[in-house]
Each structure stands twice: as structure tokens, then as C-alpha cells.
Write a protein that binds this ligand. Structure first.
Ligand code: AMP
Ligand code: GLY
Length: 423
């Protein structure tokens, strides 16, 4: 098969690294890819949100399967574009339809879906300019802290957690007045869930599913979980507190009703479902759905999958996932993200990255990298994910931290406490 992976991060490098090991692979393409994916296949310069350009590449390179990495093209409807185009409709594409992608694109839609299908989640009220007073009353009826979420995509910045009721009311008003643009013209107010977060990942063809390894992500920039939110500074899989009993509850109360809900609601969904969870005293609650894999979670989830990934993705696209089972490596995978100094606020780019050849024992996944004058340079906030595998989490972490030190670029930053809370 010829495969095209859309996206340019560590997630896409990790997916490509695994697919490159498949017996079923003929040629591998990334669009746009990065300096790491360049060694696995051919990088093609295009914007995945420009569907006509994606179409030309698919036809020119005889692509059989497209894997959509990030959410934006999914929320924009790339799967519907393929299914309604006579040249593209027979080509496999991994990702939900536009309606399915609304589970990530609209928090109000996701909450209504969960409520309809009795999936455990925080109590909520959706507020817009027409029911602002109801929003103020709802805030008064729940306990602090107050959770305010922009309904639409807001580059990971649209969730505010506020201790003070007056501040919460004033933020609610400013969100509805456009603090996050159109994304916050509707705001979801939620009850606060007090527990420990983790994420589960599912691959579904719309009727059957495989549960992939779960993972824990480290979202804040600072050690000890302080400071601004990032895309993710590291991840661990498996998650020690997600025992068999807990994961069974997740399957019964969350995963199965979610897939059944796709059917009941006529949501065409062939792709990854990323379910953000809160574990409250052993009981799972959904915080959010994402309609793609996580980054950096992919960098620990994918290396633990023993199956031929292309084989199960092909079955996903063909609707024959019921014929597949998943094999998971029980060892620990850890990843440590090296980021540009200043990230998640402003940072400099084009810093030369060295040390790759001195790293041993880790898989080095590129996130924000590119080439400048034939050298590998930084191109983004999150630059490199250093993934290691070992029987014990601590041993895997030691290898990741050793290589995190060896890779060098000006103003490199990373968290040295990934996984410490889980020991
Ligand atoms: P979301 O974009 O919905 O995943 O929210 C971003 C982050 O805010 C989550 O990863 C949680 O850490 C936190 N969060 C969201 N909703 C809640 C909630 N209802 N209770 C507590 N924390 C929450
Ligand atoms: N690491 C969180 C995400 O991919 O959304």
C-alpha cells in the first residue's frame, strides 16, 4: 500500500515509524512532515487543510490510505470531502466524518452526546448571549472551582478554571463577548471533577473497536505541574493506577456506549478516539473527546502496539476490524518532550540540533524540526520527543532523561519530573 500521513508533529513521526515496519507498506509519504519523517518516506510540502492540494497528492502518488494526524482537517470535513469526491471515494481515510469530528470541535455537542448516551461526565450548562443570566445562576449553584470552556477549538487555550465566583462570572461574560473569538460565543460551564487524569485510546471502524494502550500526559510547562498549559511535555504508558477493574469500567460505561452512540446517531467514524478521563476514587468520568491521537501520547502508545499497524488501519478503513485483535507489549514506554525556551509563549526558531548520533536506547521522534542549510533545526515549540521502553517505568525514564541531556539546541527546555508522581 502507498500511505500518506497528514501532519508534521511527533505524533505523525511515531505513526510513520510504526507503519514503516509494515510488510504491507509500499511507499510512505508525509505532508508536510518534518526532519525526522524525511528519513522514513517522502515529505510533501502542503497544508493538510487545503483539500484540493491533498487530492492532487493522493492521485499523483497513487495513495491507498490517508491517515489524518491533527484535528483541524477533520473538523473542516476532510473525510466528507473524500467520500463525496468521485476520484477519492474508494480511497481509505482514517478519521471521522465532519459530524464525528464535532465531538472535538464543539464541547456543547460532545456534552449533549454524552448526556444522551448516559456516559459519565461532569454536570454542565451551555451558555450563550441569550441565556447569560441562567449561566450566572448555574455558577452560583455549583461549588468552586468553576470550569469555563469555550465551545469551539481555541488552540488548547479555551478552558479556564477559576476559584472566585465573581471572577468566574466576569470571565464568562468576556468569553461570550469574544475573548476566544467565535469559539467562545458559546461557553460550556462544568462542575469541577477532582481526581487524577489519564487518557484512553480507541481505534474503531464504526461498529467494532480495539482499545489501544492508555497513557498519562504532562500538560503544564513547569515541574510539579505548574505554569501554563502546553500541548504536552511528556507521557507514560501504561498508567499504573489504571488497573484492570478501572479499565473494565471504562470499556463498559464509556467506550461501548460511545461506539453504540455513533451508530444510533448515524455518525460515520473510522478512526482514532482519544478519550480524556478523570479517575475519581476508581470511577471514570469523561473530560473530553478528541477525534485523533494525542501528542505526545502517540509516542508512548504506538511503540507498545505489537500488531502490524498498517494491517489494523486497513481493517479500520474497510470496516473489518472485528476480525482483528490487539497485541500490547506490557513494558513501560516513557517520552520526554524537548521544547524551545519560552514555549508555550514566544520562542526562537532555527536553532541547530545536535547529538542524535550519540543517543542510545531511545527512539527519537521529531516534532517541530526542519532543515536549514542541510542542518536539522528547531521549527516549533515542541521539538523532539525522546521515547524509551523498559520493564520498569523508572528504567525507561532514566534512558529518556539521559538522551534528553545528550540532544542539544540553544535554549532547550524539558521537564525532569515526568512520571515522578506515579512512583
Ligand atoms: P479539556 O480541553 O476539556 O480537556 O480541558 C483541559 C484541561 O482542563 C483538562 O485536561 C483538565 O485538566 C481540566 N479540566 C477540564 N474539565 C474539567 C473538569 N470538569 N473538572 C476538572 N478539571 C477539568
Ligand atoms: N497531548 C494532548 C493532546 O494531544 O491533545
Amino acid at each position: 500500500m502507498n500511505v500518506l500521513i497528514l501532519g508534521s508533529g511527533g505524533r505523525e513521526h511515531a505513526l510513520g515509524w510504526k507503519i514503516a515496519q509494515s510488510k504491507k507498506l509500499n511507499q510512505l509519504f508525509f505532508a508536510p512532515g518534518n526532519a525526522g519523517t524525511h528519513h522514513l518516506g517522502q515529505n510533501i510540502e502542503l497544508n493538510p487543510e487545503n483539500f484540493e492540494d491533498v487530492k492532487q497528492t493522493v492521485l499523483n502518488q497513487n495513495i491507498n490510505l490517508v491517515i489524518v494526524g491533527p484535528e483541524a482537517p477533520l473538523v473542516e470535513g476532510i473525510v466528507d470531502f473524500f467520500k463525496t469526491d468521485s476520484d477519492l471515494k474508494s480511497i481509505g481515510i482514517i478519521g471521522p466524518s465532519k459530524l464525528g469530528a464535532t465531538l472535538e470541535g464543539s464541547k456543547d455537542f460532545a456534552k449533549a452526546f454524552m448526556q444522551k448516551h448516559n456516559i459519565p461526565t461532569a454536570g454542565y450548562l451551555s451558555v450563550n448571549k441569550n441565556n447569560l443570566d441562567e449561566g450566572f445562576s448555574f455558577l452560583e449553584s455549583v461549588k468552586a472551582p468553576y470550569v469555563l470552556k469555550a465551545d469551539g477549538l481555541a488552540a488548547g487555550k479555551g478552558v479556564l478554571i477559576i476559584d472566585n465566583i465573581e471572577e468566574a462570572k466576569s470571565e464568562l461574560k468576556s468569553m461570550i463577548d469574544g475573548k476566544f473569538g467565535e469559539a467562545s460565543s458559546t461557553v460550556v460551564i462544568e462542575e469541577f471533577l477532582d481526581g487524577i487524569e489519564l487518557s484512553v485510546f480507541v481505534l474503531t471502524d464504526g461498529s467494532s473497536y480495539l482499545r489501544l494502550p492508555e497513557a498519562k500526559d504532562y500538560k503544564r510547562i513547569g515541574e510539579g505541574d505548574v505554569g501554563l498549559n502546553t500541548g504536552g511535555m511528556g507521557a507514560i504508558s501504561p498508567v499504573p493506577f489504571a488497573d484492570k477493574e478501572f479499565l473494565q469500567k471504562v470499556e463498559d460505561r464509556i467506550i461501548k456506549p460511545t461506539i453504540d452512540g455513533f451508530n444510533t446517531d448515524n455518525i460515520d467514524y473510522k478512526g482514532f478516539v482519544f478519550i480524556g478521563l478523570m479517575n475519581i476514587d476508581g470511577e471514570p468520568f469523561v473530560i473530553e473527546y478528541n477525534v485523533r491521537m494525542g501528542d505526545p501520547e502517540t509516542e508512548v502508545v504506538i511503540p507498545r502496539i505489537e500488531n502490524d499497524l498498517l494491517d489494523i488501519l486497513e481493517a479500520t478503513a474497510n470496516g473489518t476490524l472485528d476480525q482483528k485483535t490487539i497485541q500490547i507489549n506490557p513494558q513501560y514506554a516513557t517520552t520526554v518532550m524537548l521544547v524551545s525556551g519560552g514555549y508555550p509563549e514566544s520562542y526562537e526558531k532555527n536553532k541547530i540540533i545536535t547529538g542524535f548520533n550519540n543517543c542510545t536506547g531511545s527512539e527519537i521522534f521529531h516534532a517541530g524540526t526542519g532543515f536549514l542549510n542541510n542542518e536539522v533545526v528547531t521549527k516549533g515549540g515542541r521539538v523532539i520527543a525522546v521515547t524509551s521502553i523498559a520493564n520498569k517505568m523508572n528504567d525507561a525514564l532514566k534512558i529518556s532523561f539521559k538522551n534528553a541531556e545528550i540532544i542539544q539546541f540553544d535554549k532547550k527546555n524539558y521537564r525532569k519530573d515526568i512520571g515522578l508522581d506515579l512512583q
